[in-house]
Design a protein around this ligand. Structure first.
Ligand code: IFM
Length: 486
């Protein structure tokens, strides 16, 4: 084991003991009396274990090498927008510390890293003149990953829209979708000799609903329904144009698919009628996002609900939006609804969640690990998808360092173990989930929560930027080594 790897885990007396125990569990065959693991708890052979971050949340170096401004800088500088008054300008300096971060990934044993490319680094004005240095950092990152045996999975857009495009209407403008297609083509031409897996846009639902409806994310708008629907439509159009750009410019064998935060309905009781109802609800809950991307049509119920506010759809748009994808990536944190079957249209009743329903450190993150089973199962059953990845799952935690400096994040370990048990159930039943990316490798800039919510497996001291693996890192390392959730 390389010395950096070793050092990363030797963190305080308590953590050393825990890390040592995790290594032992992970690296030895069962000892007499320890009991062999029943095969049914295993993930399939070759299951891909990874971790994920995004550019604006980790990179920092916001003014380095000609990077342009993004909507998040503009937004974060408005008083009251970010909970702790911070910005992502410094991130956690992944831009300069990427080698240390790749070594941390290697210590975990991950085989894949999902990161995003900052559009404003590549086209500082969103379109037009290319910044010649804009992709240099990603060249270095990709080479380091490959040299470490970690496969790069690149997201082309993780919410950091160039501010210059926002000034021209942002996602309300069709031009933004077209500009995204051109940017995607440029990136794939440059990195496509080494990067073979691409996600066009991360969580369209999140950046549209929170950026253009609730206004809690950049650009901070609360649009009337018709304008909101047009922004939704342009974002899924960009997805389709991104898929086409990857196809047109990638090498043979390159694959592409969405990374969408599917809204998942769960059957309150697992009976056939409730399961069917949960499928109907999931299709409708995702109507302007995953459903139109995979079906090439907005559902009748959704269109009827929008009435005169429905989006204007140009000829050919739906075919672009539903361009064939190779896989579907799902970001799954929390269920959206628990449902009961109903004879009356639309075929389900959403049950109100009790006030006592537990949540994690982020109040939006309700506990409901069964979503890791139902989200991919619905996607397989509704749309016949044959390759699914969990492109994000993880949680914020209390994350207070103990006296020995270690974060014993039992809440995160508990959350992850539960989620992975349910995901393993899906694979055991033949749902084609091929891999899992844990969000996130590092504590980072959590959007409107600033640095006040931590999602990392690795604790970052935001003053010194020192990285210290948490207990959950030892947990994840053991999961990977055993290829089993518990
Ligand atoms: O940090 C975010 C990420 O950028 C997108 N998915 C959800 C994560 C946790 O909120």
């Amino acid at each position: 084991m390389p010395s950096l790897t070793r050092r990363a885990w030797m963190i305080g007396a308590g953590a050393t003991a825990i890390a040592a125990a995790a290594y032992e569990t992970a690296n030895t065959t069962p000892r007499p009396g320890a009991g062999a693991r029943p095969a049914r708890l295993q993930f399939p052979e070759g299951f891909l274990w990874g971790t994920a971050t995004s550019a604006y949340q980790v990179e920092g170096a916001a003014e380095t090498d000609g990077r342009g401004l993004s909507i998040w800088e503009a937004f974060a500088h408005q008083p009251g927008r970010i909970r702790d008054g911070s910005t992502g300008a410094a991130g956690v300096d992944h831009f300069h510390r990427y080698k240390e971060d790749v070594a941390l990934m290697k210590a975990l044993g991950v085989r894949a890293y999902r990161f995003s490319i900052a559009w404003p680094r590549v086209f500082p004005d969103g379109a037009g003149a290319v910044n010649p240095k804009g992709l240099d950092f990603y060249d270095r990152l990709v080479d380091t990953l490959l040299a470490s045996g970690i496969e790069p999975y690149a997201t082309l857009y993780h919410w950091d829209l160039p501010q210059a495009l926002q000034a021209r209407g942002g996602w309300e403008s069709r031009d933004t979708a077209e500009a995204f297609g051109a940017y995607a083509a440029h990136v794939v031409r440059r990195l496509g000799d080494r990067v073979r897996r691409f996600f066009p846009l991360n969580e369209i639902r999140a950046f549209i609903e929170e950026g253009y409806a609730s206004g809690i994310f950049a650009p901070g708008l609360s649009l009337p329904e018709a304008r909101l629907n047009q922004a939704r439509h342009h974002a899924v159009l960009a997805h389709g144009l991104g898929v086409q750009a990857v196809r047109a410019n990638g090498r043979a064998g390159t694959t592409v698919g969405p990374a969408e935060n599917i809204a998942t309905a769960l059957p309150s009781v697992e009976t056939d009628d409730n399961i069917r109802a949960a499928g109907i609800a999931t299709r409708e809950l995702n109507a302007p996002y995953l459903t139109v991307m995979l079906e090439g049509r907005y559902t009748d119920a959704w269109l009827a609900g929008q009435g005169a506010d429905a989006p204007r759809i140009a000829a050919g748009d739906l075919a672009i939006i539903s361009s064939k994808v190779d896989f579907v990536g799902l970001n799954v944190y929390t269920p959206s609804q628990y449902v009961l079957a109903s004879e009356a249209a639309p075929g389900f009743i959403a049950l109100p969640l009790q006030a006592s329903h537990p949540h994690m450190a982020s109040p939006w993150l309700k506990l409901g690990p069964e979503a890791l089973y139902w989200a991919p199962r619905h996607v397989q059953h509704l749309w016949g998808v044959k390759d699914i990845f969990i492109t994000e799952n993880g949680t914020s935690g209390a994350d207070e360092p103990a006296e020995d400096g270690t974060v014993y994040d039992l809440d995160r370990v508990m959350y992850l173990r539960n989620c992975l048990v349910h995901l393993q159930r899906a694979t055991a039943e033949g749902v084609p989930v091929r891999g899992y990316f844990l969000w996130s490798l590092l504590d980072n800039f959590e959007w409107a929560d600033g640095y006040a919510r931590r999602f990392g497996l690795v604790h970052v001291d935001f003053t010194t930027l020192k990285r210290t693996p948490k207990l959950s890192a030892a947990f994840y390392r053991a999961v990977i080594a055993r290829n089993a959730p518990a």
